[in-house]
Design a binder for this molecule. Structure first.
Ligand code: F3S
Length: 281
């Protein structure tokens, strides 16, 4: 069996930076340390950190009850009110928001303050989108599907600013912007899709088109991994979604010549290597 591993598989810059930030805090040894939500969508990493004493705050309510410690903001970012809450509780805030997400926060804050209606192309339930909404001065509209874009009914010439969730599919983003284009809004479009995602998607599509089977590795809650899976599935029917090497069913790969491997932004290198080793054994 021949293996082709995508060069762009695994941690992106922002996730690496966020994970490193937590380990740096652990090394400093000033407890207690919390992350506001799991630092990344990877259970193995989260568990390792938990063993080192890092607790995950699952809700705003839990944050509200803290009286001491350091709260680390993960790469997805959070709305302004969470920073305010951390400050008002007298807690130490360590911000590991990806700089690319931070840039969206600054854009929507500025544009909504100047009177533009913010439209976010993304998944309304995703924490990154939640965070972006939390920097808008007026309620943002979230558009994820063709139906939602078509249903967007603002008066002609409304001032709008369109941004995107960083991990959104680039082609889908273009399609949705095209629909909104026909509505005659006075608009600014800021393509805030992160290059890491675009590169990973393009490479995955290309590899999936060349191989007999494709393996996509990532956490079950990771939206960018789910999107990678969709892209690969279109090119290669034999696409498998696994979380770790333990999910790998070698039986189904037995008579395969060329196998491609890619992984979502929150998959540690170690897991990718383990899958690669197992395929080669
Ligand atoms: Fe940042 Fe892009 Fe990763 S926005 S968290 S570098 S996918």
């Amino acid at each position: 069996m021949q293996i082709k591993v995508a060069k762009s598989a695994g941690f992106c810059f922002g996730v690496q930076r966020a994970v490193d930030t937590v380990y740096e805090q652990v090394e400093k040894g000033i407890c207690p340390i919390y992350t506001y939500g799991p630092i990344i969508h990877n259970e193995v990493v989260v568990q390792d950190l938990e063993e080192k004493g890092v607790k995950v705050l699952e809700s705003r309510d839990e944050l509200e009850h803290l009286t001491e410690g350091t709260v680390i903001i993960r790469s997805h970012g959070v709305g302004k009110e969470i920073y305010d809450l951390i400050q008002s509780r007298g807690l130490n805030c360590v911000d590991a928001t990806c700089p690319f997400v931070k840039k969206i926060h600054r854009t929507v804050e500025k544009e909504s303050a100047s009177g533009r209606q913010i439209i976010i192309i993304g998944n309304d339930k995703h924490p990154e989108v939640e965070g972006i909404k939390g920097w808008c001065h007026t309620p943002a509209i979230v558009v994820e599907s063709v139906d939602q874009a078509e249903a967007c009914e603002l008066p002609e010439n409304t001032l709008v600013c369109i941004v995107s969730q960083t991990t959104f599919n680039y082609k889908k983003f273009q399609d949705l912007v095209e629909i909104l284009d026909k509505k005659r809004y006075d608009k600014i479009v800021v393509n805030t899709i992160c290059n890491a995602t675009e590169e990973r998607q393009t490479e995955a599509r290309q590899i999936a088109g060349e191989v007999d089977a494709m393996i996509v590795i990532g956490g079950s809650h990771s939206s960018n991994t789910q999107k990678l899976f969709e892209i690969c599935r279109k090119e290669c029917e034999n696409t498998f979604y696994i979380q770790t090497v333990r999910d790998l069913d070698m039986e189904v790969l037995r008579s395969t010549g060329l196998v491609g491997i890619t992984a979502g932004a929150s998959t540690p290198k170690k897991i990718i290597e383990e899958v690669q080793t197992k395929c080669q054994s």
